[in-house]
Write a protein that binds this ligand. Structure first.
Ligand code: TGC
Ligand code: FAD
Length: 384
């Protein structure tokens, strides 16, 4: 069920090793407590040093910057194993590695890379990525946060919303328009005067993840905190491509956990004198779920090959993110249904995954936005 098409036969030794290591960690440290942490609405901060030691924070970066130069496929299976535990755990790693660290790696100076990246890889320094604003989510070009030049300083003012890791972070990568209206990136220490992070406590999804509003009230930072090579919206959008790639893989983990739970439950739950697994309608659900899962796995694997071959385009990532987030959500909802009344309890995992996947379907570009990205690529017509 987990590997119906025997894709693991093609895994490299590196992929097998990282998957086993992360799987053991998640089974031991996360699975027994995931429901409880999710209910409490808190990110398990005590796991952060262990996540650093496991090597899941920025693993594709070169060793000089604290990474381990992992292949895109090995990185993918790592994200899959994390999200088998909880989407919030994978989100922590995606934002730290795929967004905040990648932004510094791709657009920062050598000094910025050496100052921040190794400590971020070890989990000693936490980062967040502030692009979305209260009135600019799908359309980040409409952002109103401003970075005004003031001698050798920038003064940043504005608000960001829905920022993962926001109130855990030591540094925030903030995207703001400069005096010429060009989007630029800045490394903002979260203890700078005028910077406030406020947790969002009303979530019915992603409850194990820290999500925040960020307020920047005339936050004055030296020019040396600017990411000099980031000019224009393409810079933050290129970071999104990295994190979206991780989501394509991560969603497989959540879907797999839900499907496995539903299949086990169906075999042991008796109704009308026989296991519900022996009814045609439950089998139809399970086969639909497996069919979706296999499609997700094949998409992710080929996406990984395109990445490794340097032929990956962002529309490829959009199609796979759109498909896999929605397919995982459908699988988790069906799993919840098979579990009946028990399915709504966090003693089981499927409802927690389904609730989380509502966010995953929305963040990093909604289903509709990815439809329009792929539509534009295929038809060369902009329909936003
Ligand atoms: P558009 O003209 O399309 O693009 C501007 C420039 O950027 C380039 N570009 C990309 N480059 C790399 N990767 C991508 N994904 C790119 N998308 C666009 C593009 O080629 C262009 O370059 P150039 O050289 O021609 O200037 O800009 P637009 O304003 O029309 O916007 C297009 C649109 C709607 C696709 C874009 O705004 C978009 O993707 N919107 C969705 C916003 C989004 O996904 N936000 C996510 C915030 S972060 C988050 O959710 C973290 S969740 C936590 C976790 O990951 O776990
Ligand atoms: P809107 O853009 O207001 O969209 C509302 C609806 O309108 C959606 O269904 C959308 O698909 C639809 N829509 C919009 N435009 C069109 C169109 N042209 N055609 C058809 N339909 C359209 N952002 C960050 O910067 N950093 C983070 O770390 C981060 N973490 C997040 C964590 C969580 C838990 C959540 C929920 C969000 C996070 N986000 C983060 C923000 C996320 O990326 C945005 O919520 C997402 O991009 C959608 O933006 P929005 O919420 O403003 O929705």
């Amino acid at each position: 069920m987990e590997d119906f098409y025997r894709l693991k036969d093609t895994w490299t030794e590196e992929e097998v090793d990282v998957a086993d290591t992360v799987r053991r960690f998640v089974d031991r440290e996360v699975m027994p407590h995931a429901g409880e942490w999710w209910q409490a609405g808190e990110f398990p901060r005590h796991l952060i040093p262990q996540l650093g030691t496991l090597g899941v924070l920025g693993p594709t970066l070169p060793e000089a910057y604290g990474g381990s130069g992992l292949s895109p496929l090995a990185y993918g299976v790592m994200m899959q194993e994390l999200e088998r535990g909880d989407s919030g755990l994978r989100s922590f790693a995606s934002v730290q590695g795929g967004l905040a660290m990648y932004a510094i790696y791709r657009y920062g100076t050598e000094e910025q890379k050496r100052t921040y990246l190794p400590r971020m890889a070890r989990g000693e320094l936490i980062g967040c990525f502030g692009l979305t604003e209260p009135d600019a989510g799908s359309d980040p070009a409409a952002m109103t946060t401003r970075a005004a030049k003031d001698g050798d300083f920038y003064v940043i003012s504005g608000a960001k919303r829905w920022i993962t890791n926001g109130h855990l972070a030591d540094i925030a990568v903030i995207w703001a328009k400069d005096d010429a209206g060009i989007v630029r990136g800045f490394i903002v220490p979260t203890d700078a005067p005028g910077f406030h992070a406020v947790p969002i406590r009303t979530k019915a999804s992603m409850r194990m993840s820290a999500t925040s509003e960020l307020y920047l009230d005339h936050v004055k930072i030296p020019q040396s905190y600017q990411l000099p090579d980031a000019r224009g919206l393409g810079a933050p959008l290129s970071c999104l491509t990295q994190a979206r790639y991780g989501i394509v893989w991560g969603t497989i983990g959540a879907a797999l956990d839900a499907l496995t739970e539903a299949a086990l439950y169906a075999k042991s739950r008796v109704a009308f004198g026989k296991p519900i697994a022996a009814t045609q309608l439950v089998q139809a659900h399970i086969v639909d779920m497996e069919s979706q899962l296999v499609t997700m796995q094949l998409l992710a694997r080929q996406l990984g090959h395109l990445y490794a071959d340097h032929t990956l385009r962002y529309a490829h990532v959009s199609l796979a993110k759109r498909h896999n987030a929605r397919a995982a959500l459908m699988i988790a909802r069906q799993a919840r249904e098979i579990l009946g009344g028990n399915g709504i309890s966090t003693e089981y995992h499927s409802m927690r995954h389904a609730a989380n996947l509502e966010t995953v379907d929305t963040y990093e570009g909604t289903y509709e936005i990815h439809t329009l990205i792929v539509g534009r690529d295929l038809l060369q017509e902009d329909a936003f």
